[in-house]
Design a protein around this ligand. Structure first.
Ligand code: UDP
Ligand code: MG
Length: 311
């Protein structure tokens, strides 16, 4: 097998046939052998029925049906685990990732790159707030983590099978794929593309979900938020000692004056807030440790369609 496309799908019933057609139009003329692995991530619509029907008409299509919605990152992992191609291309089912780019990715792969990243040339399909937040996220993430992730590069990319094998070695349950992709390294190059509007349906990622995704990214690849409290505590203590010395001296020189209730109140509130933030950050990491030590599988498969070994 030359090429495996890995496509997570959650409530994508209106996009599937269009997606499969677009892929066929692009890949058929290349003469390469390819498979399309679509992972049904517990869709609530008739995505599965449409996929199963498509399997009987499309010899390239394989379908993995997960037992429930595990989230995009887990669905992607399920697809990567099943991929057998020499090159693997994860992409979205909503046609936001243009299949027309695939030949260009393959071209760079043949030049010897193990990873070909696709960077969105502009983000004009996004709301300005989303754009601002996304820029801010990449800045913060790359400032605090040991492994920078390239901005505006999503999961759409080409991975050599060596890279996929490396990804399979990472056992973590909480999978921030962008970070994981960057952590494994390898020789990479970037191509630019213009993301399309979603063909049909609506995005599963918005507001609160994206915020949590951003936190996930930072806590997955940085321990700086944990370590920073040592320094915050250190600075506050130094300040407290300095202030104590000042109080002692001024008491010796000019006696006591009782006023000071507002400053005391502010100090208590401020320190209380700082301590709670520190505890919250600890909680964030302990939560992650908890979900890792349970050693639960990343996803569960209910059934598979179109895989030769199963039939
Ligand atoms: N997706 C998924 N599981 C989820 C949410 C999304 O498999 O819980 C898939 C979805 O079907 C699509 C891809 O992930 O193929 C990207 O999702 P979406 O288009 O909603 O996100 P956006 O493009 O807005 O970031
Ligand atoms: Mg999308």
């Amino acid at each position: 097998m030359d090429i495996s496309l890995v496509v997570p799908a959650y409530n994508e019933s209106e996009n599937i046939s269009q997606f499969l057609n677009a892929v066929k139009v692009v890949l058929q003329p290349t003469g390469l052998s390819y498979e399309i692995i679509m992972v049904n991530d517990g869709s609530r619509d008739d995505t599965l029925a449409i996929l199963v029907e498509a399997v009987s008409e499309n010899a390239h299509l394989r379908v993995i049906d997960l037992t429930r919605n595990f989230g995009k990152e887990a669905a992607l992992t399920a697809g990567l685990d099943a991929a057998t191609g020499n090159a693997v291309i994860p992409m979205d089912a909503d046609l936001q990732h243009p299949p027309e780019l695939i030949p260009q990715l393959i071209h760079h792969w043949r030049e010897g790159y193990d990873v070909v990243l696709c960077r969105r040339a502009s983000r004009n399909t996004d709301h300005w707030l989303q754009r601002w937040f996304s820029n801010f996220f990449y800045k913060v993430h790359n400032a605090v983590s040991d492994h920078a992730i390239p901005p505006d590069v999503g999961d759409f990319r080409l991975l050599d099978k060596k890279v996929v094998a490396a990804l399979r070695l990472l056992p973590e349950r909480r999978r921030f794929m962008k970070g994981i992709f960057s952590w494994v390294g390898f020789r990479s190059t970037v191509v630019e593309f213009e993301a399309n509007e979603r063909y049909a349906g609506k995005s599963s990622f918005s507001g609160w979900k994206l915020w949590n995704f951003a936190l996930e990214g930072i806590t997955s690849f940085s321990t700086l938020p944990l370590r920073i409290w040592t320094y915050v505590g250190g600075l506050v203590s130094i300040f407290a000692i300095g202030y104590a010395i000042k109080v002692v001296i001024s008491t010796l020189v000019s006696g006591t004056d009782l006023p000071g209730y507002p400053s005391l109140f502010c100090a208590i509130l401020f320190l209380g807030g700082v301590q709670l933030i520190g505890i919250g950050v600890l909680g964030e990491y302990i939560g992650r440790i908890y979900s890792e030590v349970k050693q639960r599988p990343i996803y569960l498969v209910r059934s598979r369609f179109g895989f030769f070994a199963d039939e």
